[in-house]
Ligand binder design. Structure first.
Ligand code: PMP
Length: 375
Protein backbone atom coordinates (compact mmCIF):
# COMPACT_ATOMS: atom_id res chain seq x y z
CA UNK A 1 0.00 0.00 0.00
CA UNK A 2 1.25 3.47 -0.94
CA UNK A 3 2.53 5.07 2.28
CA UNK A 4 2.42 8.62 0.92
CA UNK A 5 -1.40 8.79 0.73
CA UNK A 6 -1.80 12.09 -1.11
CA UNK A 7 -4.96 14.04 -0.48
CA UNK A 8 -7.50 13.68 -3.22
CA UNK A 9 -7.75 16.92 -5.27
CA UNK A 10 -11.03 17.79 -3.55
CA UNK A 11 -9.40 17.80 -0.14
CA UNK A 12 -7.31 20.97 -0.27
CA UNK A 13 -6.80 22.68 3.07
CA UNK A 14 -9.39 25.31 3.96
CA UNK A 15 -9.34 27.59 7.00
CA UNK A 16 -7.79 25.91 10.04
CA UNK A 17 -10.30 25.00 12.74
CA UNK A 18 -10.37 27.29 15.79
CA UNK A 19 -11.46 24.33 17.94
CA UNK A 20 -8.33 22.83 19.43
CA UNK A 21 -8.00 21.04 22.72
CA UNK A 22 -5.88 23.88 24.05
CA UNK A 23 -8.53 26.44 23.19
CA UNK A 24 -11.09 24.39 25.01
CA UNK A 25 -8.99 23.90 28.14
CA UNK A 26 -8.11 27.57 28.33
CA UNK A 27 -11.60 28.78 27.55
CA UNK A 28 -13.66 26.40 29.67
CA UNK A 29 -11.39 25.07 32.43
CA UNK A 30 -14.37 24.22 34.65
CA UNK A 31 -16.45 22.64 31.90
CA UNK A 32 -19.00 25.46 31.91
CA UNK A 33 -19.93 26.31 28.31
CA UNK A 34 -21.39 29.46 26.78
CA UNK A 35 -23.45 27.50 24.20
CA UNK A 36 -24.14 23.99 22.91
CA UNK A 37 -21.79 24.20 19.90
CA UNK A 38 -18.84 24.81 22.25
CA UNK A 39 -19.53 21.40 23.80
CA UNK A 40 -18.64 19.54 20.58
CA UNK A 41 -15.48 17.42 20.68
CA UNK A 42 -13.00 16.75 23.51
CA UNK A 43 -14.70 13.41 24.10
CA UNK A 44 -13.52 10.83 26.65
CA UNK A 45 -11.59 7.65 25.93
CA UNK A 46 -12.61 4.64 27.99
CA UNK A 47 -10.79 1.33 28.35
CA UNK A 48 -12.72 -1.85 27.57
CA UNK A 49 -12.28 -4.13 30.57
CA UNK A 50 -14.16 -7.28 29.64
CA UNK A 51 -14.65 -8.11 25.94
CA UNK A 52 -10.98 -7.93 24.80
CA UNK A 53 -9.85 -9.93 27.85
CA UNK A 54 -12.44 -12.67 27.17
CA UNK A 55 -11.17 -12.78 23.57
CA UNK A 56 -7.67 -13.47 24.93
CA UNK A 57 -6.21 -10.12 23.87
CA UNK A 58 -3.18 -8.84 25.79
CA UNK A 59 -3.28 -5.25 24.54
CA UNK A 60 -5.59 -2.43 25.70
CA UNK A 61 -8.59 -1.36 23.63
CA UNK A 62 -9.77 2.20 24.24
CA UNK A 63 -13.13 3.46 22.96
CA UNK A 64 -13.46 7.10 21.87
CA UNK A 65 -16.93 8.07 23.14
CA UNK A 66 -18.19 10.25 20.31
CA UNK A 67 -21.79 9.67 21.37
CA UNK A 68 -21.36 12.27 24.13
CA UNK A 69 -21.33 15.05 21.55
CA UNK A 70 -24.47 17.23 21.89
CA UNK A 71 -26.14 15.84 18.74
CA UNK A 72 -25.23 12.33 19.86
CA UNK A 73 -22.57 11.47 17.28
CA UNK A 74 -19.13 12.03 15.81
CA UNK A 75 -20.72 14.01 12.97
CA UNK A 76 -21.27 17.12 15.14
CA UNK A 77 -17.58 17.89 14.78
CA UNK A 78 -17.47 18.19 11.01
CA UNK A 79 -20.92 19.77 10.67
CA UNK A 80 -19.89 22.67 12.92
CA UNK A 81 -16.76 22.98 10.79
CA UNK A 82 -18.70 22.96 7.47
CA UNK A 83 -21.03 25.71 8.76
CA UNK A 84 -18.06 27.81 9.93
CA UNK A 85 -16.17 27.34 6.65
CA UNK A 86 -19.25 28.26 4.57
CA UNK A 87 -20.11 31.27 6.73
CA UNK A 88 -16.50 32.51 6.67
CA UNK A 89 -16.45 32.16 2.88
CA UNK A 90 -19.74 34.06 2.58
CA UNK A 91 -21.49 31.06 1.00
CA UNK A 92 -24.38 30.87 3.48
CA UNK A 93 -26.23 33.14 5.85
CA UNK A 94 -29.10 32.64 8.33
CA UNK A 95 -32.51 32.32 6.69
CA UNK A 96 -31.17 30.08 3.90
CA UNK A 97 -32.19 26.42 3.57
CA UNK A 98 -29.49 23.81 4.13
CA UNK A 99 -30.09 20.52 2.29
CA UNK A 100 -27.88 17.53 3.08
CA UNK A 101 -27.86 13.84 2.07
CA UNK A 102 -27.06 11.74 5.14
CA UNK A 103 -27.34 8.39 6.88
CA UNK A 104 -28.89 10.29 9.79
CA UNK A 105 -26.18 11.46 12.16
CA UNK A 106 -24.97 14.26 9.90
CA UNK A 107 -28.66 15.05 9.42
CA UNK A 108 -29.13 15.39 13.18
CA UNK A 109 -26.05 17.60 13.47
CA UNK A 110 -27.08 19.81 10.51
CA UNK A 111 -30.60 20.15 11.97
CA UNK A 112 -29.12 21.04 15.38
CA UNK A 113 -26.72 23.69 14.07
CA UNK A 114 -29.43 25.04 11.71
CA UNK A 115 -31.82 25.42 14.66
CA UNK A 116 -29.20 27.29 16.69
CA UNK A 117 -27.97 29.52 13.85
CA UNK A 118 -31.34 30.27 12.21
CA UNK A 119 -31.25 28.20 9.02
CA UNK A 120 -34.02 26.08 7.52
CA UNK A 121 -33.02 22.48 6.98
CA UNK A 122 -34.00 19.50 4.80
CA UNK A 123 -32.30 16.13 5.33
CA UNK A 124 -32.36 13.47 2.60
CA UNK A 125 -31.94 9.91 3.81
CA UNK A 126 -32.66 6.33 2.77
CA UNK A 127 -35.71 4.39 4.01
CA UNK A 128 -33.19 2.09 5.72
CA UNK A 129 -32.38 4.72 8.34
CA UNK A 130 -34.08 4.38 11.76
CA UNK A 131 -37.29 6.19 12.72
CA UNK A 132 -35.46 7.35 15.84
CA UNK A 133 -33.05 9.47 13.78
CA UNK A 134 -35.97 10.97 11.83
CA UNK A 135 -37.72 11.83 15.11
CA UNK A 136 -34.64 13.65 16.39
CA UNK A 137 -34.26 15.59 13.13
CA UNK A 138 -37.92 16.66 13.02
CA UNK A 139 -37.90 17.57 16.73
CA UNK A 140 -35.08 20.00 15.86
CA UNK A 141 -37.45 21.66 13.38
CA UNK A 142 -36.02 20.19 10.15
CA UNK A 143 -37.75 18.21 7.39
CA UNK A 144 -36.83 14.69 6.31
CA UNK A 145 -37.19 13.40 2.73
CA UNK A 146 -36.73 9.64 2.32
CA UNK A 147 -35.53 7.72 -0.73
CA UNK A 148 -35.92 3.99 -1.48
CA UNK A 149 -33.37 1.60 0.06
CA UNK A 150 -32.36 -0.18 -3.12
CA UNK A 151 -32.11 2.94 -5.30
CA UNK A 152 -28.56 3.68 -6.44
CA UNK A 153 -27.32 6.85 -4.67
CA UNK A 154 -26.75 8.76 -7.92
CA UNK A 155 -30.10 7.86 -9.55
CA UNK A 156 -32.78 10.49 -9.95
CA UNK A 157 -34.69 9.20 -6.90
CA UNK A 158 -31.53 8.23 -4.93
CA UNK A 159 -29.70 10.09 -2.15
CA UNK A 160 -27.86 12.60 -4.34
CA UNK A 161 -30.48 12.75 -7.11
CA UNK A 162 -33.13 13.72 -4.55
CA UNK A 163 -30.86 16.27 -2.84
CA UNK A 164 -30.07 18.05 -6.10
CA UNK A 165 -33.74 18.02 -7.16
CA UNK A 166 -34.65 19.65 -3.81
CA UNK A 167 -31.89 22.21 -4.30
CA UNK A 168 -33.31 23.18 -7.69
CA UNK A 169 -36.82 23.44 -6.26
CA UNK A 170 -35.82 25.41 -3.13
CA UNK A 171 -34.81 29.05 -3.55
CA UNK A 172 -31.87 30.26 -1.45
CA UNK A 173 -30.66 26.75 -0.63
CA UNK A 174 -27.21 25.21 -0.14
CA UNK A 175 -25.75 21.68 0.00
CA UNK A 176 -22.50 21.20 1.96
CA UNK A 177 -21.95 17.76 0.43
CA UNK A 178 -20.18 15.98 3.28
CA UNK A 179 -19.05 13.27 0.82
CA UNK A 180 -16.69 15.73 -0.90
CA UNK A 181 -16.23 18.52 1.66
CA UNK A 182 -12.61 19.16 2.78
CA UNK A 183 -13.79 20.30 6.24
CA UNK A 184 -15.04 16.76 6.91
CA UNK A 185 -11.66 14.96 7.07
CA UNK A 186 -9.90 18.13 8.18
CA UNK A 187 -11.92 18.38 11.37
CA UNK A 188 -10.50 15.00 12.45
CA UNK A 189 -7.04 15.96 11.18
CA UNK A 190 -7.14 19.17 13.22
CA UNK A 191 -8.89 18.03 16.41
CA UNK A 192 -9.88 14.37 16.93
CA UNK A 193 -6.43 12.98 16.14
CA UNK A 194 -4.73 15.48 18.49
CA UNK A 195 -7.16 14.67 21.28
CA UNK A 196 -6.35 10.96 21.10
CA UNK A 197 -2.59 11.52 20.93
CA UNK A 198 -2.80 13.75 23.98
CA UNK A 199 -5.10 11.37 25.87
CA UNK A 200 -2.72 8.42 25.37
CA UNK A 201 0.56 10.36 25.68
CA UNK A 202 1.30 9.73 21.97
CA UNK A 203 1.27 5.96 22.54
CA UNK A 204 -1.21 4.65 19.98
CA UNK A 205 -0.24 1.33 18.38
CA UNK A 206 -3.34 0.71 16.30
CA UNK A 207 -6.39 2.65 15.09
CA UNK A 208 -9.47 0.78 13.85
CA UNK A 209 -12.27 2.67 12.13
CA UNK A 210 -15.03 2.37 9.54
CA UNK A 211 -16.24 4.86 6.97
CA UNK A 212 -19.53 6.43 5.97
CA UNK A 213 -18.07 9.41 4.15
CA UNK A 214 -14.53 8.37 5.05
CA UNK A 215 -13.97 11.66 6.88
CA UNK A 216 -12.80 9.94 10.06
CA UNK A 217 -10.57 7.44 8.23
CA UNK A 218 -8.96 10.06 5.98
CA UNK A 219 -8.48 12.87 8.51
CA UNK A 220 -7.31 10.68 11.38
CA UNK A 221 -5.25 8.43 9.16
CA UNK A 222 -3.49 11.34 7.50
CA UNK A 223 -2.58 13.01 10.81
CA UNK A 224 -1.31 9.76 12.32
CA UNK A 225 0.78 9.00 9.22
CA UNK A 226 2.48 12.35 9.75
CA UNK A 227 2.98 12.45 13.50
CA UNK A 228 2.84 8.78 14.59
CA UNK A 229 3.97 6.70 11.61
CA UNK A 230 4.42 3.58 13.76
CA UNK A 231 0.63 3.40 14.39
CA UNK A 232 -1.06 0.62 12.37
CA UNK A 233 -4.18 1.93 10.66
CA UNK A 234 -6.97 -0.56 10.00
CA UNK A 235 -10.19 0.19 8.12
CA UNK A 236 -13.31 -1.94 8.38
CA UNK A 237 -16.19 -2.02 5.92
CA UNK A 238 -19.50 -3.93 5.84
CA UNK A 239 -19.95 -6.82 3.40
CA UNK A 240 -21.76 -5.37 0.39
CA UNK A 241 -19.99 -1.98 0.56
CA UNK A 242 -17.16 -0.79 -1.73
CA UNK A 243 -14.81 1.05 0.67
CA UNK A 244 -12.23 -1.66 1.33
CA UNK A 245 -8.93 -1.76 -0.58
CA UNK A 246 -7.94 -3.69 -2.64
CA UNK A 247 -11.33 -3.87 -4.38
CA UNK A 248 -11.20 -7.68 -4.51
CA UNK A 249 -12.07 -7.66 -0.77
CA UNK A 250 -15.46 -6.19 -1.66
CA UNK A 251 -16.60 -9.09 -3.85
CA UNK A 252 -19.82 -10.35 -2.26
CA UNK A 253 -23.40 -11.34 -2.99
CA UNK A 254 -24.60 -9.08 -0.17
CA UNK A 255 -26.52 -6.00 -1.37
CA UNK A 256 -28.02 -4.84 1.95
CA UNK A 257 -26.57 -4.47 5.44
CA UNK A 258 -28.30 -3.38 8.63
CA UNK A 259 -25.47 -1.35 10.11
CA UNK A 260 -26.30 2.32 9.62
CA UNK A 261 -23.76 5.02 8.88
CA UNK A 262 -21.01 2.89 7.35
CA UNK A 263 -20.41 1.78 3.77
CA UNK A 264 -21.84 2.72 0.38
CA UNK A 265 -21.84 1.22 -3.09
CA UNK A 266 -19.48 4.02 -4.26
CA UNK A 267 -16.19 5.47 -2.94
CA UNK A 268 -16.75 9.05 -1.65
CA UNK A 269 -14.34 11.89 -2.50
CA UNK A 270 -13.58 12.24 1.22
CA UNK A 271 -12.34 8.64 1.54
CA UNK A 272 -8.64 7.99 1.06
CA UNK A 273 -8.62 4.18 1.10
CA UNK A 274 -4.81 4.08 0.91
CA UNK A 275 -4.34 5.78 4.25
CA UNK A 276 -5.11 2.41 5.88
CA UNK A 277 -2.43 -0.26 6.21
CA UNK A 278 -5.16 -2.78 5.47
CA UNK A 279 -8.93 -3.26 5.45
CA UNK A 280 -11.14 -5.96 6.96
CA UNK A 281 -14.75 -6.75 6.08
CA UNK A 282 -17.42 -7.02 8.80
CA UNK A 283 -20.93 -8.49 8.71
CA UNK A 284 -24.26 -7.78 10.41
CA UNK A 285 -24.25 -10.79 12.75
CA UNK A 286 -20.87 -10.06 14.36
CA UNK A 287 -21.58 -6.31 14.50
CA UNK A 288 -25.02 -6.51 16.10
CA UNK A 289 -23.99 -9.16 18.60
CA UNK A 290 -20.89 -7.18 19.56
CA UNK A 291 -23.05 -4.04 19.87
CA UNK A 292 -25.27 -5.88 22.33
CA UNK A 293 -22.26 -7.20 24.23
CA UNK A 294 -20.83 -3.68 24.52
CA UNK A 295 -24.01 -2.70 26.37
CA UNK A 296 -24.25 -5.71 28.62
CA UNK A 297 -20.59 -6.43 29.32
CA UNK A 298 -18.99 -2.98 29.13
CA UNK A 299 -21.94 -0.72 30.04
CA UNK A 300 -21.44 1.21 26.81
CA UNK A 301 -24.82 2.22 25.39
CA UNK A 302 -23.63 2.51 21.82
CA UNK A 303 -24.88 2.19 18.25
CA UNK A 304 -24.48 -0.48 15.60
CA UNK A 305 -21.23 0.67 13.99
CA UNK A 306 -19.50 0.61 17.40
CA UNK A 307 -20.21 -3.14 17.38
CA UNK A 308 -18.52 -3.50 13.98
CA UNK A 309 -15.56 -1.50 15.28
CA UNK A 310 -14.90 -3.69 18.31
CA UNK A 311 -15.49 -6.88 16.35
CA UNK A 312 -12.94 -5.73 13.74
CA UNK A 313 -10.49 -4.55 16.43
CA UNK A 314 -10.52 -7.92 18.21
CA UNK A 315 -9.48 -9.63 15.00
CA UNK A 316 -6.92 -6.98 14.02
CA UNK A 317 -5.25 -6.68 17.44
CA UNK A 318 -4.82 -10.33 18.33
CA UNK A 319 -1.02 -10.25 17.97
CA UNK A 320 -0.47 -7.00 19.88
CA UNK A 321 1.40 -7.24 23.16
CA UNK A 322 0.64 -6.25 26.74
CA UNK A 323 0.74 -2.48 27.20
CA UNK A 324 0.07 -1.69 23.53
CA UNK A 325 -2.92 0.57 22.84
CA UNK A 326 -5.69 0.23 20.25
CA UNK A 327 -8.26 2.99 19.69
CA UNK A 328 -11.74 2.39 18.27
CA UNK A 329 -14.60 4.84 17.76
CA UNK A 330 -18.07 4.70 19.28
CA UNK A 331 -19.64 7.00 16.64
CA UNK A 332 -23.19 7.14 18.07
CA UNK A 333 -25.43 5.79 20.81
CA UNK A 334 -28.27 3.42 21.66
CA UNK A 335 -30.73 6.34 21.21
CA UNK A 336 -30.70 5.95 17.43
CA UNK A 337 -31.66 2.27 17.47
CA UNK A 338 -34.18 1.69 20.27
CA UNK A 339 -36.62 -0.10 17.92
CA UNK A 340 -33.82 -1.86 16.05
CA UNK A 341 -30.97 -3.94 17.49
CA UNK A 342 -31.65 -2.73 21.04
CA UNK A 343 -34.99 -4.56 20.86
CA UNK A 344 -34.93 -8.33 21.46
CA UNK A 345 -38.06 -8.59 19.34
CA UNK A 346 -36.34 -6.94 16.37
CA UNK A 347 -33.26 -9.14 16.76
CA UNK A 348 -35.40 -12.30 16.90
CA UNK A 349 -37.58 -11.24 13.96
CA UNK A 350 -34.43 -10.72 11.89
CA UNK A 351 -33.03 -14.09 12.98
CA UNK A 352 -30.22 -12.79 15.22
CA UNK A 353 -29.45 -14.04 18.72
CA UNK A 354 -30.24 -11.02 20.94
CA UNK A 355 -27.21 -11.72 23.07
CA UNK A 356 -24.41 -14.26 22.66
CA UNK A 357 -24.82 -15.60 26.17
CA UNK A 358 -28.62 -15.45 26.39
CA UNK A 359 -28.59 -19.19 27.06
CA UNK A 360 -26.37 -18.55 30.07
CA UNK A 361 -29.09 -16.73 31.96
CA UNK A 362 -29.24 -19.63 34.48
CA UNK A 363 -31.13 -17.58 37.06
CA UNK A 364 -33.84 -16.80 34.51
CA UNK A 365 -34.25 -20.47 33.53
CA UNK A 366 -34.40 -21.39 37.23
CA UNK A 367 -37.05 -18.75 37.90
CA UNK A 368 -39.16 -19.87 34.93
CA UNK A 369 -39.00 -23.54 35.95
CA UNK A 370 -39.86 -22.76 39.59
CA UNK A 371 -42.90 -20.78 38.43
CA UNK A 372 -43.88 -23.69 36.18
CA UNK A 373 -43.50 -26.13 39.11
CA UNK A 374 -45.67 -23.99 41.37
CA UNK A 375 -48.48 -23.54 38.83
N1 PMP B 1 -20.81 5.28 12.34
C1 PMP B 1 -21.98 5.95 12.28
C2 PMP B 1 -23.13 5.48 13.12
C3 PMP B 1 -22.12 7.06 11.43
O1 PMP B 1 -23.28 7.72 11.36
C4 PMP B 1 -21.01 7.47 10.65
C5 PMP B 1 -21.16 8.64 9.73
N2 PMP B 1 -21.92 8.34 8.58
C6 PMP B 1 -19.81 6.73 10.72
C7 PMP B 1 -19.76 5.65 11.58
C8 PMP B 1 -18.62 7.02 9.84
O2 PMP B 1 -18.15 8.33 9.87
P1 PMP B 1 -17.48 9.05 8.63
O3 PMP B 1 -18.58 9.75 7.87
O4 PMP B 1 -16.51 10.00 9.23
O5 PMP B 1 -16.83 8.05 7.75
Amino acid sequence: VDKKCPWKPTLNQTVPSPHTKQDWKQKYPKGVFPDVLSMIGNTPLVKLNSIPQKAGLECNIYAKCEFVNPGGSIKDRMVRRMFEDAENQGLIKPGMTIIEPSSGNTGIAVALVSALKGYKCIIVMSEKISEEKEAVITSLGAKVVRCPVNQSSFDKGGLFGTASRLKQETPNSFIFDQFNHPGNPLTHYDTTANEILEQLDNKVDMLVFGGGTGGTVTGMGRKFREVSPQTKIVGFDPEGSSFAYPASLNKSDVTFWEIEGIGYEFVPGTLDQLVCDYWVKTNDVESLQMGRRLMKEEGLLVGMSAGSAVSAAIKAAKDLKKGQNVVVFMPDSIRNYMTKFVSDRWMEAKGYQPCENKNNLWWWDKLVSSIKLRS
